[in-house]
Write a protein that binds this ligand. Structure first.
Ligand SMILES: CC(=O)SCCNC(=O)CCNC(=O)[C@H](O)C(C)(C)COP(=O)(O)OP(=O)(O)OC[C@H]1O[C@@H](n2cnc3c(N)ncnc32)[C@H](O)[C@@H]1OP(=O)(O)O
Ligand SMILES: CC(C)C(=O)C(=O)O
Ligand SMILES: [Mg+2]
Length: 513
């Protein structure tokens, strides 16, 4: 079977989705899971774009060993130098340099002639090659570029040392037939095209990103780029879990091996959804809540008689829990720790103890503890910062009646350790909580978006709240889960405030009254 390399850009193009903002601890957590998922290459960020991205790429490069770690850079020496600083300790330093090649991008965005673009691309690749053994070069907006110009510039960057050539459909304009034909043309016309990797990078503006990626594979691409859950700029990127499962289920027609550990798909998808705050649509292929739900009578009848009547993929294939629940109110620390390890968590004793205490509290209130509940509890502990003091919710109480003005009373431990109780009103229960919390933090807070979803199934499922807000003039996302959605909302609000405090490195003392 032919091997295709999976290049994951969840932490770079995925993070470019509006409203996503991951900190270093969260990025590291996702990167470790992407390594378990089996990504050949992890694009950990764009080191020259911010100190936060630099730090995250550097930490990931120092941690991940079984996947190649790369960083994005413009065709600018300064970007390449910064990327080298972030990646020099990686097992196999890899850089991803890009420069646009379409007429519209060259003329209006770069303000360069085609000749100047060729010169800049060659210079950048040569410069990168001085330090990096592996250099990927991307022709941004390749699909809308002139084909002969593409052949010319690719020939030149290969001579300059590029080891992988990426042909992105940056604006998601291609059809599968057209995108496949472009790969065929380039494989046939680029000099020495068999000596380099050809990569596909598709966006989903017309809903064809996965189909286009597969068309590229059929026509000579030996690397595909995408993200978990298909998150990314605008309508997103090609969903890697869809490509991996399609290659597996239809190996009869494609004959492709991806190296992806399919059993890790569900967990990877859940982790990315949880940490980015991007909810997966229920009918999303492979990882949506309803992907394996058979609702209508005729389908259920068929499933009972023979599951293959309606099921082409089993939930077990992607690691969806078929595990009988063994953890509950009477479980002990050993069983809990063992399950955490089986789920891929590597927590200190202290963090296990804290997660276990939360688990016991939940088990007292909830009949069944599901895998999703455990994932939520354990992930919260795994990514907790201990070094910077932050706000902690002690209790929240809301008085609500159809005839009354909702009033919230919130007890919070401030970053300096002082416990305060504040009350305020709002036009609804959630607004009352948010207004009360705003009295506690020393800056104006603007709520940009707020969502609540259930984690798992059943009437006693955990509620997860996601709040996008502006605090200290920075956009930040907070999330948390609790059995009650009002408690989850209060915690998510404080999580956003705390993330901003941590991110900006401000000592919390300066922020409190
Ligand atoms: C298709 C893609 O996904 S490309 C990746 C997109 N990702 C991002 O942009 C996220 C991170 N970006 C950032 O943080 C910022 O844009 C930065 C730090 C990279 C640059 O910020 P600024 O210096 O303020 O520049 P700004 O973003 O406004 O403009 C981009 C500049 O880079 C130039 N540029 C764009 N692409 C390239 C490239 N591949 N190589 C060289 N220069 C480039 C533009 O022409 C423009 O230059 P100009 O200032 O001479 O007009
Ligand atoms: C940076 C490049 C590869 C990109 O993301 C795109 O063109 O979509
Ligand atoms: Mg892209």
């Amino acid at each position: 079977m032919r091997k295709i390399e999976i290049f994951d850009t969840t932490l770079r193009d995925g993070e470019q989705s509006a409203g996503i903002n991951l900190n270093t601890a969260e990025k590291l957590e996702i990167a470790k899971q992407l390594e378990r998922f089996g990504a050949s290459i992890i694009e950990a960020g764009f080191p020259a774009s911010s100190p936060g991205d630099f730090e995250a790429v550097q930490r990931i490069a120092g941690t991940v060993k079984n996947s190649i770690v790369t960083g994005l850079a413009r065709a600018i020496k300064k970007d390449i130098d910064i990327t080298w600083d972030a990646l020099k300790k990686a097992e196999q330093p890899h850089i991803h340099v890009f420069l646009a090649t379409s007429p519209i991008h060259m003329q209006y965005k770069l303000n360069k002639t085609p000749d100047q673009v060729v010169e800049a691309a060659v210079e950048a690749v040569k410069y990168a090659k001085n330090t990096f053994p592996l250099v990927q070069w991307s022709a941004e907006d390749a699909f809308r570029s002139d084909r002969d110009f593409l052949v010319r510039i690719i020939n030149e960057v290969i001579k300059a040392g590029a080891t992988t050539i990426n042909i992105p459909d940056t604006v998601g304009y291609a059809s599968p037939a057209e995108y496949g034909a472009l790969f065929k043309y380039l494989r046939e016309n680029v000099t020495g095209s068999d000596k380099v990797n050809f990569s596909a990078h598709c966006h989903d503006d017309l809903g064809m990103a996965v189909a286009n990626s597969i068309a590229a594979i059929e026509n000579g691409a030996n690397q595909v780029e995408g993200t978990i859950n298909g998150i990314g700029e605008r309508a997103g990127n090609a969903a890697l879990e869809e490509i991996a499962v399609a290659m597996h289920i239809r190996k009869d027609i494609y004959g492709i091996e991806t190296g992806i550990n399919l059993q890790e798909i569900k967990r990877t998808s859940q982790l990315v959804s949880k940490l980015t705050g991007v909810v997966i649509q229920p009918n999303k292929a492979i990882v949506g809540k309803n992907a394996f739900a058979h609702e209508s009578g005729i389908h259920q009848d068929g499933m009972l008689k023979n599951p293959e009547t309606y099921e082409i993929i089993t939930p077990a294939l992607i690691g969806e829990s078929a595990v009988p629940l063994v953890l509950g109110k009477h479980s002990g620390r050993h069983a809990f720790k063992d399950r955490a390890e089986t789920m891929g968590f590597d927590l200190s004793d202290d963090k296990i103890n804290r997660a276990f205490a939360e688990f016991k509290k939940l088990a007292d209130r909830k009949k069944e503890i599901t895998e999703e509940d455990l994932l939520t509890l354990l992930t919260d502990q795994q990514i907790q910062y201990e070094e910077i003091p932050v706000y902690e919710l002690k209790s929240v109480q809301v008085q609500y009646g159809t005839e009354n003005i909702p009033t919230a009373t919130v007890q919070v431990i401030q970053p300096d350790g002082e416990e305060v109780t504040v009350a305020s009103t709002g036009s609804g229960s959630v607004e009352a909580i948010f207004n009360t919390l705003e009295l506690l933090v020393n800056s104006k807070v603007e709520i940009l978006d707020y969502r609540v979803t259930s984690v798992g199934k059943g009437r006693d499922a955990l509620g997860e709240a996601v709040v996008n807000l502006t605090y200290n003039d920075q956009k930040v996302t907070g999330r948390d889960a609790a059995q009650d959605v009002l408690e989850a909302s209060a915690k998510a609000y404080l999580n956003a405030i705390n993330r901003q405090i941590i991110q900006s490195g401000l000592r919390a003392k300066e922020l409190i009254r």
